[in-house]
Ligand binder design. Sequence first.
Ligand code: GLV
Ligand code: MN
Ligand code: MN
Length: 425
Amino acid sequence: MKEQSRAKIILNRNNCFNSGSNVISQCQELSKITEVQGELTRTYFTQSHNDCNELVGFWMKMAGMKVSYDEIGNVIGTLKPVKANDDNKIFVMGSHLDTVTNAGKYDGVLGVLTAIEAISSLVKDNIDLPYTVKVIGFSNEEGVRFPIARTGSKAIAGILDNDELQTKDRQGRSFSSQQQSFINNSCVPIVPVEILEKNLIGFLEVHIEQGPVLYRKDLPLGIVTSIQGADRYTVTISGIAGHAGTVPLAFRKDAMHKASILINRLYDLSHNNDFMLTVGRIKTHPDSTNTIAGEVTFTIDARSDNDFQRRERIGSCIDQFISDIEDKGMTAKVVHNYSSDTSICDHVLNDQLSKSMKKIGIPHCHLKSGAGHDALSFHNITPIAMIFVRCFEGLSHVPEEDVNSSDIEKAVNLVKETLISLGEK
Ligand code: GLV
Ligand code: MN
Ligand code: MN
């Protein structure tokens, strides 16, 4: 990591920047760590993943935490009580450090840096919590490089299925080979969940809202009531490539034509905001203007609160399509890469957040999350809660993503106040 960027951030701290501006300048610093010059793209097991972990680990140390890096690519900061013992309860906070392609500066990193800032403020004020706090920068929440997502948080929560890891990136490089070249001797094994679960008090994630509710209501923060479920698939349609000008229509096995039919049928399933469907990535082979596509691969991302209906609708649409094209001598392969159920946030933690907000005078509302988050991974093992921070015009997953520093300062104060209150129980 560059000494220059460390020095700049330390200088910001010494100049008594408020916590919101400090977090913003750190987000901007992290946005320079990218694998594609001119845009922010930071994916799993890359040099930029490593550099980002190191800088975040450095900031964790500066805040007073002990830092470790694990074999699945997470960076973990730990703050123990002054008189720590093995029976100490553990509260976990965090979000992801990877990004989508051509991302904004705040998705994920904001939650990690807000948590670190709150810890730094507790340490500076000599507040000794009666439990351990872990702040985790999770790896691969987005699932851009490999067709798997939320890998870091699933591993920590003990729900990562080894079968998921038998996968390859789009260049054909295996997960395990990329993991081997990423991890080094100082990486620790993944935290054993049986130890964590016994002592876990809860999980809290701060995140930009990524939608327009808070912006339209002119509110800085929101408390999340539930996180919408999602499924992701990769579909590969195989036909026969051939000359665009000579093969008669009746003899064509045009994979792109069939892909367009399936994509249209899928989009027809999505009539309103209760069922959202997106085909965001498509690849064709041989990828030539004047050649009939012999193979087309595309992704499906489907979201709704109704988990059963979502999977049922997609499943029957695809089954019907496969039987239609098999009649024409073509094939389609479908891989169901990712699945998460709709999850309800914990009422007790949410009540605590409400009380803390009232105490420090932060106007807020309750809202649902349309996006998926690392918090989902902890849903079945500990109470989860999320705080949303208003983002400019609700924009996210685009470079225009923006957040204001006074909203972040409120989030830092809220996290700090909530940690103190949890310690008083
Ligand atoms: C996370 O960014 C998601 O795709 O919901
Ligand atoms: Mn995202
Ligand atoms: Mn995110």
